[in-house]
Design a protein around this ligand. Structure first.
Ligand code: ADP
Length: 467
């Protein structure tokens, strides 16, 4: 399903936010203002009554003055009566003076019945404002002092808020307009800052397959966009490198395939044309070159399968010491014919859980490399040591060694320290990259230490199992 673009999503969410905000303000002003106003009036009436009661109890000298201060503060009018309805103190001109004796009595009686206080809200039909009646609140409180009952009456009127609401409504229209304009501006700015860089990076990223992505600085408006830009640029760089590596690989493979093929066809034709050349030596060259081809093709297939993740390990328990010692025997011919000297230190037993065929391949790679790069020294030490529940197998030679700068590259496909050596070694230049794949699949530790002209030690470690 096609998703809505970021631009519209920003507009939608901010628009919705503005709409909710405006609606909440309208609801508060239009419907909740009156009840809230009433509530605050009632509480101020109660407060006034409480303060006046305190003034009575503390025998304030001038009650009238105290009442005046309090009632002005709370916008109320106050009267203090005796239980016989004689006025003790009060504001002059207070609406309470309009109250009939009967009404006063009713309020006082209700307060007595009610446990000392009574709140009376009523509407005054005689007083209208904008078609709405005035609401009146009368609070009556009985205060007992020196066995005498005093009555505190507090009154306030709530004028209808219609006039106020009208003002508010016109203000709200302006607020709404301002909010809409502001939100529209924010939407435009956010689009510029967030959505635009993203879509321009996406457009540029279409060129990624060619490795042609170029990060534009002006799209780095915020951290995430900058990170995306950098990641894509890195990816483009990797693609370019991979492309180059692919081209190199093809060039290397074709070169390595062509050389033995030229030899085979050359020697074949020579043997065909010159009967005298039809001898065992020349035949051996053809056989050797065919073998080299087979090694190369097999290595390539192996590596590509491993890199595509199509190889699964055939894990089982086996004795690595036994495997190594039987593999070393295969190299005996080098000891006899080419005066190599193998020094071997193996434990009795070293049970591991791994893919036996693949580990054999790893060991043989280390061995052939040690032999190929031994130079004149001809001594090779094979050691297996147990440490911290693991067994480390190492193959050490005393040959030409590897330069520090080449060390990290030798595990790469087709990396050869000295390109001239290609023809002398039987390797395909893929050996160590296959070793790396196999050991990585095993999650094994491995490595090499080497000094130029002093030789190299290649090693790998596998966890021991108790058997
Ligand atoms: P190759 O078929 O060329 O031996 P490898 O992948 O096995 O390919 O090795 C990669 C490169 O690492 C070799 O070309 C060589 O330069 C270097 N190398 C590997 N083993 C040794 C060693 N024991 N001594 C010195 N150099 C080595």
């Amino acid at each position: 399903m096609k998703k809505t673009s970021l631009k519209w999503q920003i507009a939608f969410y901010l628009g919705a936010f503005a709409a909710v905000l405006i609606a909440v303000i309208w609801i508060f002003q239009m419907f909740l203002l009156q009840p809230m106003f009433e509530k605050s009036k009632i509480s101020s009436v109660r407060k006034t009554a409480d303060t006046v009661s305190e003034a009575i109890l503390s025998s304030s000298d001038d009650l009238n003055e105290a009442i005046y201060d309090i009632s002005v503060q709370n916008e109320t009018c106050v009267r203090i009566l005796t239980s016989n309805m004689n006025v003790i103190a009060g504001n002059s001109g207070c609406a309470l003076y309009r109250m009939s004796g009967r009404e006063l009595r009713e309020n006082i009686d209700s307060a007595v019945k009610n446990g000392g206080s009574y709140l009376n809200t009523s509407t005054d039909p005689g007083f209208e404002m904008d078609g709405r009646e005035l609401k009146e609140i009368t609070y009556t409180k009985i205060v007992e002092k020196d066995d005498e009952l005093n009555v505190v009456m507090v009154y306030t009127g709530i004028t209808p808020l219609n006039a106020t609401t009208n003002t508010l409504r016109s203000q709200l229209k302006w607020i709404t307009l301002i909010v809409i304009v502001l939100i529209s501006l924010i939407i435009i700015v956010l689009n510029r800052k967030i959505a635009l860089p993203l879509s321009s990076i996406t457009k540029e990223a279409a060129r990624l397959p060619d490795g042609a992505f170029h990060a534009d600085e002006k799209n780095n408006q915020y951290l995430e966009a900058q990170q995306l830009n950098e990641t894509l640029e890195q990816a483009a760089d990797d693609i370019r490198k991979a492309d180059q590596a692919k081209r190199d690989l093809i060039a290397n493979v074709s070169h390595d395939l062509r050389t033995p093929l030229t030899m085979i066809s050359g020697y074949g034709e020579m043997m065909q044309d010159l009967p005298g050349e039809n001898n065992e030596e020349n035949l051996q060259v053809i056989i050797d070159e065919s073998k080299r081809l087979t090694v190369l093709v097999n290595d390539l297939l192996d590596l590509s399968k491993m890199q595509a993740g199509r190889i699964t390990l055939d894990l089982k328990d086996f004795d690595l010491a036994e495997l190594v010692s039987s593999e070393i025997r295969k190299y005996d011919v080098y000891q006899y014919n080419e005066s190599f000297e193998f020094e071997v230190h193996l434990p009795e037993k070293a049970m591991v859980h791994a893919d036996e065929k693949r580990i054999e391949q790893v060991f043989n790679n280390f061995m052939t490399n040690a032999i190929n790069y031994s130079g004149n020294s001809r001594k090779i030490i094979i050691t297996m040591t147990e440490e911290n529940g693991s067994v480390r197998t190492s193959v050490r030679d005393f040959g030409e060694g590897i330069d520090e700068k080449d060390l990290k590259n030798i595990w790469d496909r087709y990396y050869k320290v000295d390109k001239q050596h290609v023809r002398f070694s039987s390797g395909s230049g893929l050996g160590l990259s296959i070793v790396k794949e196999i050991l990585d699949l095993h999650d094994a530790r491995y490595g090499v230490s080497s000094n130029k002209n002093e030789g190299s030690t290649f090693w790998f470690e596998l966890p021991l199992i108790q058997k």
